[in-house]
Design a protein around this ligand. Sequence first.
Ligand code: PLP
Length: 450
Amino acid sequence: AQPNPRAGAAVKAADRAHVFHSWSAQELIDPLAVAGAEGSYFWDYEGRRYLDFTSGLVFTNLGYQHPKVVAAIQEQAATLTTFAPAFAVEARSEAARLIAERTPGDLDKIFFTNGGTEAVEHAVRMARVHTGRQKVLSAYRSYHGATAASIHLTGDPRRWANDTGAAGVVHFWAPFLYRSPFHAENERQECERALQHLEDTLVFEGPATIAAIVLESVPGTAGIMVPPPGYLAGVRALCDRYGIVLVLDEVMAGFGRTGRWFAADLFGVTPDLMTFAKGVNSGYVPLGGVAISGAIAETFARRPYPGGLTYSGHPLACAAAVATIHVMEEEGVVEHAARLGEEVFGPGLRELAERHPSVGEVRGTGVFWALELVRDRETREPLVPYNATGEDNAPMAAFAAAAKERGLWPFVNMNRTHVVPPCTITEAEAKEGLAALDEALSVADRHTTA
Ligand code: PLP
């Protein structure tokens, strides 16, 4: 595309005058005006092109503008753009069938929402009505969404300003060996102690008061901590023992990101409810949902479910999901993501860690990786403090700016950069991104004590 700085300036001016942005101090942000995007790249009006290592907010699993998904949206718009949720509509029926066929175990009924937050809200509501209990447990170092129950469940600083203390949410520590809350020395210890801590928490909260445990199968925003073998199975067993609903939140980890259809598949665990969004249709049209087990579906077989949404199962969003799932099958996207993790990102990122003192740990799977950046590898002091703002955050800002100068758009959260490109990124593009990351990490290295 031809550069067009004047058009870009107009887009930016209208944004600054009228758009109120998420999570931001409105005068302290400087959003890039985006002119277009295709595949793994997007570009601005100045003619600068960026390789997208963020997949937006980790949702464009098929990259931008996949022609088959775009065509399916156009076709659906031409035939039946919208229809109310109480009717049976082809795109909705088909999306539900394709999703239910891929979710684990007996998660065979799908309630559609407009995104991940609503999926979590509804999963919690289903668990509360199903059990007749109120309390919900979730992990510190988690993100589950931005509205009432979901922001309370969130175990990161975004909860603090929203915490009314009235949501009936209790937090526990999930396993994270690199910063072990249990002072464990290996994965086996971390797993055992994390499960013991969770059981102690259940017992002291009163198991008969707890409706659900809500857990990301692989925590995403909080740092891509793949749980140790046995942890999710252990949580499943505790839920069974105490009659608690297990909700696995696969909003970020689902639909190919981990090199499996769902991250739960890595561990052979079936939850009672599973939330999804983002990758279900590559984020082309807002869509999320809850996959529901037979037992919970039965609760609402002859008694109304007390919840709903005007746009539940919106035909445009569902048509995009149907096309996305077909493309994922036809193009072997899940297998490609797994191979990239094993052959390109895993080895490539570990090699960077060997040379850059700022990299404390590399962890992940598929196209779902985190680099933990530190001042000092021995003490593991984070490169910037937890929830740093302003000046405190300068080293991460310098790292991000260096990546962008080299044509790489990085995902940055606190002291981490996540490598979360589209699942369809080619090996050559992945290597181009790793080379830019290599140079940007040299900037982070300047802020270490090494
Ligand atoms: N759950 C998880 C695990 C997420 O990663 C997110 C978003 O990043 C959400 C829920 C909230 O989803 P949404 O922003 O689509 O409402």
